[in-house]
Write a protein that binds this ligand. Sequence first.
Ligand code: FAD
Ligand code: MEZ
Length: 610
Amino acid sequence: MNSRMKRLLLLGLVIGLMSLVSWGCSEKMQISSVQADKMSADSQFLAGFHQKTSSCQDCHATPTGPTDDNLTHENKQCISCHGSLDDLIDVGVKIGVSPHKSHLIGEMACTACHKGHEKSISYCDACHSFPHEIPFAGQWERKFVPVDADKAAQEKAIAAGPRESTEIVVVGSGGAGLSAAVSAREAGARVVLLEKEPVAGGNAKLAAGGMNAAETKSQDALSIKDEKQIMINDTMKGGRNLNDPALVKILAFNSSDSVDWLTSMGADLTDVGRMGGASVNRSHRPTGGAGVGAHVTQVLLDNALKLGTDIRMNSRVVRLIKDSSGHIEGVLVHGNVTGYYVIKADAVVMATGGFGKNNQRVAEYDPKLKGFKATNHPGATGDGLDVALQAGVATRDLQYIQAHPTYSPVGGVMVTEAVRGNGAILVNRSAMRFVNEITTRDKAAAAILAQKGGSAFLVFDDSVRKSLSKIEGYINLNFVFEGQSVVELAKEVGIPEAELEKTLATYNHYQKSGKDEQFKRPNLPRELSHAPYYAIEVTPAVHHTMGGITIDPKTRAQDLNGKIIDGLYAAGEATGGVHGANRLGGNAISDIVTFGRIAGSQAAEYVKKH
Ligand code: FAD
Ligand code: MEZ
């Protein structure tokens, strides 16, 4: 065995073993020594294992007292023994995907997965089920804890008064929250950003296909003719005209500026493709077709940190605090380590995302979706909505919940619409096409569900694969069928071979003539004739919650009487109105960046006057 192998083996053995603790000894500092002794003697968890060679203080004690909710100090200790995520890339790789290098953004903390005093869980298993093992691991399970649980402790923290103060609190570290934080910092305000999950980025970090924008430099460079008004028309039509027209106008008219803003911070949004319901190619993503979300959120996170935003993970906002006149004056937070505490703030931006991962709640608003899987990140449970509702905020459109048509039940992954946008077709178990593949999502999802088995196969060739680097991830995750010929692919999938050959030949004929005579698909970007051929089984899964907090064009939240709540702003998937009854693919990233920016700058302006 060479020394690298030995090192990897050793790292594999101890990975996570040192990465002590989500509650850790800072909790020990608050609990009795009897309890602490019991915990540390408990050798079924990582803490017990580490106790054989070191004491709690070795990892947890800091010169200034208990650790913070980011577990900054503990993570440093993990890294000092085990190495950084980069050092650990090869450890635990079983299917070509490294659990230590993925689409998760930021310096992801070891403690997100490796726990000290409870079973470790792989954060990835919330969506995927990889065949990797981590020491002392339990199964992924997320119990939803209502935001008003533990009332006595909450009241006590409120009665104790603020532990600290700032000008603006941003709640949520997705694209809307990070954009708000950057723009508020650019305007000179002091900002604390609070995120309940151990990993930053929310659903935004998962975004794949692109960010819609009209009249951009990238479109110009590719000679794509687009107009802001066409983006407005497409968005209103896709949303069944139930969108707030004023918000849609802002979305379209600021979209190109938002791309420029991101680009000025280091983003690459030069590849432009087609999304369902769009009249032209306007979905912007990194060169080569890499996922847009991980890239954009990383750029925003880096800039938020560079500008001095105080960003705290494992910090859940459970209540908005108002003064006697109803103006916002802060938030009640629950820090995983530090417990309940109040931050006094002149303004709060709610950027808490949607609730797609909370099927109970989804089914309350749309019973048809009961039991459906979701494409969302584990934190999309709707806590922000609960916090807002408790504060008397008005909401709209909560009954509109979107299913993404193409989710792989085997991979536990959404397969981006960009695969269809770049040329893939959908066939059923008879190997026949049944829909315009790039129609709006509501129609595509309904058409798939109407097929035998409630699923379909996304079929494409090597030229589509080469056009979109995101596809490499699906191949690595091992859920893509492959055949050296169309017949071989059909055999692999188990669908009629001659029919699949006929379907592709007919489609290629339409592609050459520029006219889809069967389903009127408006874009036919390439012939599907380059071996190898590929197929992915897909079925719809809950994807986007269109409804949420009612805002005005300045992102100010309204109360149940339609009055502005002073100091309260909201942006992104936490709000309703931008997308009407059905969001167009690519419009959410545009929404969160544009309205997140507006929320940050408006809140900053408000606190200056306050
Ligand atoms: P999020 O990014 O979800 O962030 C909200 C954050 O708030 C979360 O991190 C959450 O944990 C946190 N939070 C919630 N409650 C609290 C609380 N009480 N206290 C503290 N923190 C809290 N859209 C596109 O336009 N293009 C795409 O290509 C695209 N692809 C997608 C792919 C996938 C797999 C998914 C799931 C979505 C995709 N979308 C896409 C949709 C888009 O990503 C989301 O709608 C958008 O990112 C939402 O951003 P957000 O900032 O509003 O919310
Ligand atoms: O906007 C989206 O949700 C989107 C484009 C998703 C995707 O298919 O990539």
